[in-house]
Design a binder for this molecule. Sequence first.
Ligand SMILES: [Mg+2]
Length: 165
Amino acid sequence: MRLFIPNEYHKTIHDIDLLKLYDLGKRLILTDLDNTLVGYDIFLPTAEIIEFKKNAEKIGFKLIIISNNRENRVKKFADELGVKYVHKARKPLKRNYRKISSEYKNNEVVMIGDQILTDIIGGNRMNFYTILVDVVNYNNEKFGTKINRFIERKILRKYKIKGEK
Ligand SMILES: [Mg+2]
């Protein structure tokens, strides 16, 4: 499998069929924060995100935020939501994925994110089930992320990832 191809693509996290994932044997959901759950300028979980978390836990998932952003941003959001988190995760490197998912088999883990070059490649390298979602809001993205977006657009076009769904 190509490392940058996600298992699923959806417009938002709310379009993901969590019951199906549970039936597939998935038990841990790792999710990116910025532009996956909310935009960069939203500091606390929205009602929709709180609902998503409650629903995931009701089904039987554990939810953990894995973010490359700095601690004060990630901690504030995760604490308010009531989930564990990893900050400065250095996705797509494997180290922190491995650490945070150590109680699970790799095929029980789902990785959700908006960036192919960090979230999806990292998740695929771990043999996690990867789900790409659309960016919540392009405002305030860092320079490095903008460069990643440029490469990402080429990959999305070349492999028609979004067109296939
Ligand atoms: Mg992101």
